[in-house]
Write a protein that binds this ligand. Structure first.
Ligand SMILES: Nc1ncnc2c1ncn2[C@@H]1O[C@H](COP(=O)(O)OP(=O)(O)OP(=O)(O)O)[C@@H](O)[C@H]1O
Ligand SMILES: [Mg+2]
Length: 339
């Protein structure tokens, strides 16, 4: 049995805003095992980013407020961790790559300065490099080793002439190259988990493919586990081994990609899949699912998908269906699959 890395159980989160309290996460359940490449999909605003960023506790509180459930990383509940423990978790165990590569880099420092600083803040990581040193005698030597490691990382993510390019500033890199730099920084600490939140949305199609290929290679090479957030089902089909489908604050279906593509169960997943075969899906619009995502301020009772669901029955509005096993390794939250 593979190690359970992430175990999110019945996680609820509210956003307290000027408009009122939005019930953003409504009992999210999600597990990630070591070595998985999980695709997290769903329409815009359904809570993908908030769910993923709850793992390293990067959702700002306020406005967010956790109102129930837990987020376990390697068995420990991150919601109970101290600021210092969270800092360690983020620098050693979880790497994050965001959608817009410019936001992750500081425009006024060279790539070298940023990478070296990031590496030095992961002190004991240097001990784990090929040099195999337990400690390094002087800070000048530490810096030199960090520089060498930064260049090696840039090479690894496919930056040509890394030893020269490292002195450049972020604006001197193309979008695709900046995203490679961010991936290099995110994997620098050899994290257990890489969270990639729509890492290629801002890039053109050919560059998207290169970045995704890079992520897939890293999964094999350095035993990385990945949570990939995307709107693109096609991409999940190509790259991921598992998929979790979110709708309005809950995971409504999860399981192995091949199985879910062949036999989607939740009416929402079926709609999402129809949407890719019929049309190019725009952000937030789905050809296969009429209607739109409900307000999270006053969500519909019971299953939040019921108002859009062609198979809805009276009991759908009575209670939120639990995510339950519908086949080995396949979970769905829908009354159609309750016995
Ligand atoms: N800082 C915040 N303040 C108030 N509301 C927020 C904040 N961050 C997220 N939300 C709300 O929480 C909900 C879920 O947001 P989230 O970013 O997780 O959606 P998403 O599925 O990642 O969408 P997208 O595909 O557009 O990235 C949205 O309704 C959003 O408006
Ligand atoms: Mg998002």
């Amino acid at each position: 049995m593979r190690e359970l890395l992430v175990d999110i159980k019945a996680l609820s989160l509210e956003m307290v805003t000027l408009d009122g309290v939005a019930r953003v996460l409504n009992g999210v359940n999600l597990t990630i095992h070591r070595g998985d490449l999980v695709g997290l999909v769903g329409e815009t605003g359904c809570g993908k980013s908030v769910t993923a960023m709850s793992i390293p506790q990067l959702v700002p509180q306020p406005p967010a407020r956790y109102s129930g459930g837990e987020v376990r990383f390697l068995g420990e509940n991150v919601l109970e961790k101290s600021a210092e423990e969270l800092r360690r978790l983020r620098s050693r165990h979880i790497g994050v790559v965001f959608q817009d590569p410019m936001t992750g880099l500081n425009p006024v420092f060279s790539v070298e300065q940023q990478m070296v600083d990031a590496l030095l803040s992961k002190q004991d990581l240097l001990a784990a490099t090929t040099l195999g040193r337990r400690w390094l005698p002087s800070s000048r030597m530490q810096r030199r080793h960090a520089q060498e490691r930064a260049i090696a990382l840039l090479r690894r993510v496919g930056i040509p002439e890394a030893e020269k390019r490292i002195h450049a500033y972020p604006h001197e890199f193309s979008g695709g190259m900046r995203q490679r730099v961010l991936i290099a920084m995110a994997i620098a600490g050899r994290p257990d988990l890489l969270i990639a939140d729509e890492p290629t949305t801002a890039l053109d199609v050919s560059v998207q493919a290169q970045i995704l290929r890079l992520i897939a290679e890293l999964v094999r090479e350095i035993d990385l586990t990945v949570l990939l957030i995307t709107h693109n089902m096609g991409l999940v089909a190509q790259l991921c081994n598992r998929i979790a489908v979110m709708y309005a604050g809950s995971v409504v279906e999860s399981g192995p990609v091949r199985r879910i593509l062949r036999e989607p169960q939740h009416p929402y997943t079926r709609g999402l899949l129809q949407a890719i075969v019929t049309e190019k899906t725009g952000r937030g619009t789905l050809q296969g699912v009429p209607g739109s995502v409900p307000s999270l301020y006053e969500p519909p009772p019971g299953c939040r998908f019921a108002p859009r669901c062609q198979e809805a029955r009276p009991q759908c509005t009575a209670a939120l269906p639990r995510l339950r096993q519908s086949a080995p390794d396949h979970q769905v939250a829908c009354v159609l699959y309750e016995e």
